[in-house]
Design a protein around this ligand. Structure first.
Ligand code: RUB
Length: 313
């Protein structure tokens, strides 16, 4: 697929969810590299650099996107000519796609161990990683019941209930505001993440922080399922995660909005759940307390402060 098409599909949310966005970007860079005609390595680097910028400009919040782009682009650093650089990009993209697939499988296995026979699990939005935990537990023969939220305004909950229904999981579909009414019937909340910052805060679909708060009040366990490439390296410099604010017509019909001149519609797509409301983050490296985020960023992703010093020099 052409790079611009992938970028448009991410922008329009035809491709959505942090993991899928990252994989689509890695695959797009790989395909794009093959379309280069010429033999000048500097032109090739420029060609790929522009592609990377196009992908990075699609949606601002999911850190999996810059992490995937950086992983693929970094691979060509040592290449001396175009065929070498193309091969390096191909290898890096394939390796990212494979490790992302394995990460989801591992998260499913580890997350499923947190789910017991007879448990009631609540999930929010449509997260591959969170669903992997639930569906793995279901495949292991555990008798589960799920509460899945609607996820206003884009209704990603429909994707979730379809996946659960197709797998034969007993599921309750509720509006977002009904979470607190049902939280005492729930044993475990499992959501995904778009980003995890160095202080263990989790950025995920709008509404996640309210759910975490309700879970905390009810002493219900809150798990976040997230591949390590959702962890935000630049948060160790104090850089904030930008919360995407989407078009207002997703929330209110423009014809109605036009009759309400004093009303401003707000539509943030994500929110931040502080680490203290998250019991564990289930990654492919194991389930960790959110306060261990720095270790993942430094030791696993390889981003100590030294990495930034290089760029300051
Ligand atoms: C998707 C969303 C998901 C995370 C994790 O938001 O918030 O919970 O991206 O998903 P949107 P996954 O629909 O706006 O992209 O586990 O699939 O990466």
């Amino acid at each position: 697929m052409l790079l611009n098409e992938t970028a448009e599909q991410i922008r329009s949310m035809e491709i959505r969810g942090a993991g899928r966005i990252a994989r689509a970007a890695a695959a797009a860079l790989k395909d794009h590299a093959e379309t280069f005609e010429g033999s000048d390595i500097r032109s090739f680097r420029h060609f790929m650099g522009e592609a990377a910028c196009t992908l990075l400009a699609t949606r601002p919040t999911a850190v999996s996107l810059p992490n995937a782009v950086r992983f693929v682009m970094k691979a060509m650093e040592g290449a001396g000519n175009v065929p070498e650089a193309q091969a390096a990009i191909r290898r890096a993209a394939d390796s990212f796609l494979l490790s992302s697939k394995h990460a989801i499988e591992w998260i499913g296995e580890i997350g499923a161990r947190h789910i017991s026979d007879g448990d009631v699990v609540l999930t929010h939005c449509n997260s591959e990683a969170a669903l992997a935990c639930i569906l793995t537990a279901h495949r292991q023969g555990k008798d589960l019941e799920v509460f899945a939220t609607e996820v206003r305004p884009r209704n990603q909950g429909i994707l979730t209930i379809r996946a659960l229904n197709d797998a034969g999981v007993k599921t309750n579909y509720i509006v977002d505001s009904a979470v607190r009414s049902f939280i005492n019937d729930v044993d475990l909340v499992v959501t995904g993440a778009d980003a995890v910052t160095v202080n263990g805060a989790v950025v995920n679909k709008i509404g996640t922080s309210q759910i975490a708060l309700a879970a905390h009040e009810a002493r219900t366990t809150m798990l976040v399922a997230a591949e390590t490439y959702k962890f935000a390296p630049r948060s160790i410099l104090g850089e904030r995660i930008e919360i995407e604010e989407r078009q207002t017509d997703e929330v209110l019909d423009p014809a109605v909005a036009a009759t309400l001149p004093h009303v401003r519609v707000r539509n943030p797509a994500f929110d931040v759940t502080p680490a203290r409301y998250v019991d564990e983050i289930v990654t492919e490296m194991g389930a960790i307390p959110p306060t261990m985020a720095y270790i993942i960023i430094r030791d696993h992703l390889g981003w100590g402060i030294e990495e930034f010093h290089k760029n300051f020099e």
